[in-house]
Write a protein that binds this ligand. Structure first.
Ligand SMILES: [Zn+2]
Length: 282
């Protein structure tokens, strides 16, 4: 089931709506140091937390504004071998002990090993003993700069107020409707690109009404270009590989600019004219 879901903007399959919501929040400015994800799907939630950690730490995102969940740094986060990302998760255990929390808070307090942000993920945080939850207090109230705590729980009702009152909460409810919406938009983008490639007009851009849609459109282009480059079916299969590679790089550049609040319609128009018209073959 999960394998058929599309990749969201945080590089995770499923929970598309929550990922869009989180990304929107991340891009809005200052990020709260304690985030809480609640919802029934423990497995997807932890993947989402790893996706969030990648977004927060990704050097490509920090330096160039183009988040790459597959860059070498993010890949290490995914393999749980990045020294500045901690995950406290033990599905077997019934409680999270104070010793584990103290150790985690200590690690979060010391300097970052790689100079970037530090992130910790606490899975099933309602399992914390009251003493363990209290041990978080200082870290949550006086967080050092660039430190992020991501709490996960399937049972927000059992969560101690100590944690609850200090976190910014996001509910993760997988909704069939939002997945359907994604498929529908994908089909519209496909149609739009076919029209564009056939007619050499830029009217198609009118359909991209806002920045978020623009970002999703760029990710659509990247998926289709990647397919073409790997020899899979794609509207770009008939174009030459060099052209597709260049266009792929250009979509990454446009994505970075779009994330830094530039005019979305103009950026996408330029991209399409430079890399997706008949004259763009170099
Ligand atoms: Zn990355």
């Amino acid at each position: 089931m999960a394998a058929t879901l599309n990749m969201g903007p945080l590089g995770v399959r499923g929970l598309q709506e929550t990922q869009n919501q989180l990304l929107h929040y991340f891009q809005s400015g200052r990020i709260h140091p304690a985030l809480l994800l609640t919802g029934p799907d423990a497995e997807t939630k932890i993947k989402l937390a790893i996706g969030m950690a990648k977004w927060l730490v990704c050097p490509k995102r920090i330096r160039e504004g183009s988040f790459d969940p597959n860059c070498p740094t993010c890949a290490r986060i995914g393999r749980a071998v990045h020294p500045d990302v901690y995950v406290l998760s033990d599905p077997e255990s019934t409680s999270i002990k104070i010793e584990s929390v103290r150790e985690l808070c200590y690690q979060m307090g010391v300097a970052s090993m790689e100079g970037g942000p530090k992130v910790c993920v606490i899975d099933e945080c309602h399992r914390m003993t009251p003493a363990a939850a209290n041990a978080f207090l200082k870290s949550l109230e006086e967080p050092a700069a660039d430190r992020y705590f991501i709490f996960l729980t399937t049972q927000p009702g059992s969560l101690l107020n100590t944690i609850l009152s200090r976190c910014l909460q996001f509910r993760t409810t997988p909704s069939a409707e939002s997945e359907e919406g994604f498929e529908k938009e994908e089909t519209e983008f496909e149609q739009m690109m076919n029209d564009f490639l056939g007619s050499e007009n830029t009217l198609a851009i009118k359909k991209i009404s806002d920045r978020e849609t623009g970002l999703r459109f760029l990710q659509f282009l990247q998926r289709r270009l990647r397919s073409a480059i790997y020899g899979l079916p794609s509207p770009f299969s008939t174009r030459n590989e060099y052209q597709n590679l260049r266009a792929f790089d250009a979509t990454l550049g446009t994505e970075g600019k779009l994330r830094s609040n530039a005019n979305h319609a103009l950026l996408i128009e330029n991209l399409l004219i430079q890399h997706f018209t008949k004259d763009s073959q170099l």
